[in-house]
Design a binder for this molecule. Structure first.
Ligand code: GNR
Ligand code: NI
Length: 167
């Protein structure tokens, strides 16, 4: 197991569209395990492969209180969505920024698990939000892109300065 370096907004690599995983093999399972370790250490409730500069459709999520419910989604698809909810979001690739985003309140998702088998899941609340946030990463979209251009440019300059100070 190893922790992986997370890339930070406005890194252009965060806008890469992830390719489908064509075979769930040992290297995919190793990457998923390393992503889970990285997510728990951060700590965060989800992580997309995009954020560790691996551009394949792989997500890990654990929204449980006690970090006991790791879920892995490979090649996820949203089959249905209902309703709207507003919630405060953060992102491990946008440290220190928390802003309100509107998402679907309920989703039905199909994905492959680490065993390569398809499964379906219905989600609401934080899990639904997290699935949508992570699936956006796989499309190259960061949550700040839902905000006004003014807010985006403020966040960019704040994080660019932060990167200079911590480099
Ligand atoms: O840790 C995370 N918390 C979070 C809170 C509200 C909405 C979405 C998230 S996902 C985020 C981890 C992350 O950046 N995943 O891409
Ligand atoms: Ni994120």
């Amino acid at each position: 197991m190893a922790q992986l370096p997370i890339i930070y907004y406005p890194d252009p690599r965060l806008h890469t569209k992830a390719a489908k995983v064509d075979r769930v093999d040992a290297s995919i399972r190793q990457l998923a395990a390393d992503m889970a370790e990285t997510m728990y250490a951060a700590p965060g409730v989800g992580l997309a492969a995009t954020q560790v500069d691996r551009h394949i459709q792989l997500i890990v999520i654990d929204v449980s209180e006690d970090k006991s419910s790791l879920q892995t989604f490979i090649n996820p698809e949203i089959l249905a969505r209902e309703g709207e909810c507003e919630g405060e979001e953060g992102c491990l690739s946008v440290p220190g920024v928390y802003e309100t985003v509107t998402r679907s309140a309920w989703v039905r998702v199909r994905a492959l698990g680490l065993d390569g088998q398809p499964f379906e899941l219905e989600a609401s609340d934080l899990l639904a939000v997290c699935i949508q946030h992570e699936m956006d990463h796989l499309q190259g979209k960061v949550f700040v892109e839902y905000l006004s251009r003014l807010k985006q440019s403020r966040i960019k300059s704040k994080l660019t300065k932060h990167a200079r100070v911590t480099a």
